[in-house]
Design a protein around this ligand. Sequence first.
Ligand SMILES: Cc1cc2nc3c(=O)[nH]c(=O)nc-3n(C[C@H](O)[C@H](O)[C@H](O)COP(=O)(O)OP(=O)(O)OC[C@H]3O[C@@H](n4cnc5c(N)ncnc54)[C@H](O)[C@@H]3O)c2cc1C
Length: 437
Amino acid sequence: MGVSKSDPIIIVGGGAFGLSTALHLSQKGYTDLSVFEKDDHIPPRYSAANDLNKIVRAEYEDPFYTDLTIKAMDAWKTPLFAPHFHQTGFLHCVSGQAPEQAAETLKRFRASAERNPAIKPHVVPLEGREDIRQACWQLDGSLSGWNGYLNRFDGYAHSANALVAVYRTAQVAGVRFFLGEQGAVDEVVYVSTATGKKTAGVRTKNGRFHPSALVIVAAGAGAGRLLPELGQQVVAKSWSVAHVHLSDEETSALRGIPIVYARDLGFYFEPDPKTNLLKLCPMGGGYINTDARTGVSHAPGSLADSSFMPEHDERKVRELLAQTLPALKDRPLVKKSLCWFADTKDSDFIVDYVPQTESSIVLLSGDSGHGFKMFPIVGSWVTNLLEGPGRQQSIARWRWKGPQKSEEKADWGGAVSWRLGESKELRDILPARASKL
Ligand SMILES: Cc1cc2nc3c(=O)[nH]c(=O)nc-3n(C[C@H](O)[C@H](O)[C@H](O)COP(=O)(O)OP(=O)(O)OC[C@H]3O[C@@H](n4cnc5c(N)ncnc54)[C@H](O)[C@@H]3O)c2cc1C
């Protein structure tokens, strides 16, 4: 027997996947929905989506995700999401010094864009500085050896604002929110059954028990702490971000620029007109925080441990600016942080029941650093799972992945073609002032 529409359902996590799930379940007529979020406000500071912007690009090496993104982009253009979606285009290049792997990955992305009839008409090839200046005249750096393409089909979403919009809509629809101390889930509580065990609800850090028929764990990089049986199939990983604070005039001059993305250096977005912040992200294999005892990487508990940008990342984003917007290359970087997400070996999401829980717990995880573009439709994958036949995820690649073989190292940064470089341990890059765990 599946969950009924009036059964109490708990969603753990008020980030991108949890809020989208609350929205879709409420729209499907589920009436007893509660979201538990450990931060005391939404957007939560712990959410990977608590950010000015995230790329919404449709071309993937894998057409499965291209098709999904096209669906998501249709939803981004509906009234709830449209104010937060900006179809500025995606200027996707490699610099003159890019390693072969970056250039090869770029070629595959471009081929994917040109294969898809909906995307192809929006793709403009770029060979060298003049082409790039035609596409974006503001880029007045040397752009030495740069080539790639501009895809006007793509854009970005203001992710923090989109989270707030869905939070408010879900509240109006009757979803209850437990935030801060009341919303920090300490454990999933189980009861024994004739055939094993199932969940009875959750216990929050303040000691309160909240009963439910179904628990949906959408805790991003925090999933492994709630479901230890996940083991190494999900790795808490982070990338760094930083910002340049521009003047009103500088922000205005850069209005409407596409996302400027060099696969070997990093990328930035149109500056945010409210805060005048230009967000920068370096490319790289990211950072993990492995517990030596278990071999599992968890996000650090304190935000303070993530409030910096590693030096080599800073060098990369400054080089990106030097080659594209040289006037900004020596500006102070502000609002630096490591942003934690839930990585899987193959970059596939996990949307499935947790085994041996009698279908009483759903795991929604493994965003692998590319999940925000799907925000408007993620929740529909959960309703499909709950209402589909057979109490099983019909999309094989989104199933619970089973235990990782112990001899495999749970650092698969370089194994995925669209990422460049291996992951480093947080303890090896922490600045001297921060504590280790
Ligand atoms: C630097 C960076 C850049 C990215 N860029 C892009 C991009 O350009 N395009 C794109 O599509 N995607 C991008 N992503 C990925 C995107 O941000 C994620 O896919 C998305 O946020 C995943 O949503 P989530 O709900 O699984 O996790 P999150 O959004 O991280 O939310 C998880 C929530 O669970 C809460 N939580 C955790 N544990 C508990 C607990 N025990 N009790 C209560 N609450 C708990 C957390 O506080 C958090 O709010 C990027 C990610 C990073 C880190």
